[in-house]
Design a protein around this ligand. Sequence first.
Ligand SMILES: *Cc1c(COP(=O)(O)O)cnc(C)c1O
Length: 387
Amino acid sequence: MKFGTKAIHAGVEPDPSTGAIMTPIYQTSTYVQSAPGEHKGYEYSRTHNPTRRALENALAELENGKHGFAFSSGMGAIDTVVKLLNPGDEVISTNDLYGGTFRIFTKVFEKYGIKFTFVNMSDVREVEAAITPRTKLIWAETPTNPTLKIVDIPAMAELAKANTILLGVDNTFATPYLQTPLDLGADLVMHSVTKYLGGHSDVVMGALIVKDDQLAEDIAFLQNSCGAVPGPQDSFLVLRGLKTLHLRMQRHSENGAAIAHYLKDNPAVAYVNWPGFTEHPNHAIAAKQMRDFGGMLSFGLKNDSIEAANTVLSNTHYFSLAESLGGVESLIGHPASMTHASIPREERLKSGVTDSLIRLSVGVEDVNDLIEDLEQAIAKVPMAVNA
Ligand SMILES: *Cc1c(COP(=O)(O)O)cnc(C)c1O
């Protein structure tokens, strides 16, 4: 089955009791048993719920996995992954990790005796050098936020396999439409479903998808034991969102490409981070492992100041100033004062988050309106003195 067909049909069966084509919202906490232990596969909704089950099956199919698990947020999903480990285990991850992931790793799990090492994951040799006999998990994110670096998933998978380490990939930015890490050798895929999979900025949810039966059993145990599960209403909304995932991602990618090229030609713009440019340092890997380049990009201004960025941020009309990404509407953000505000300036500059860096989540509006919006907002920025 091709992706577009899967997006519409995966996981969904006509409801057995009525034939309803859309999976109903099973708003129930428990299920009546005909005799003790005799039930129809559902006992209690923390463990199983038919609406959530339909969504979990859909997510598993879209990622070419075997088992899907939905969580009450992306962080709930990551929390579960780390709980697969034991005190003394080590994790290698990327030094431009999503801020919330960095926080749960260092501020929550370090005190339980798990060690985290952060390297530049675009360089396979740095990852290799960080491996010790205690390394149990490599946690990758690609493309990364907000500088759109690319990690070579097959190279990571090779390294992980050779050292019997689990490879997890946060596939939030790419979605299974653009990239399927399990096909590239990863053991585990994670999503902030809040973003593109939900797609309409109306749900907070997370997911894990795996192929291996034992790993699935361990995750199911933790999902039920720790209890960070989403409700049936949210599961329904995401099932609905998934049906247009391929259409939305096509348009996000088209609009993203048009805006990346427009910005590159704008004389007030210093540089554009977008993996579709042949001069992007990891373009060849992106072109190999991704189907297209998506709707996320970031750019810096020649007038590289927080004030200049603020001028753009407060003058766009269709690009709304907000955290998050992946919805149908375009969003604009300023990492230096929003997502990366807690990182010291020197550190932040080293990872490419300059004062004027602006991140766009390009939506699916008419791209001409989006370009006009950026054009008039950037035109209000005073040129740098030495530009
Ligand atoms: C948003 C996000 C998360 C966290 O997900 P929540 O649904 O907000 O808990 C993790 N990773 C990435 C890349 C994200 O963008």
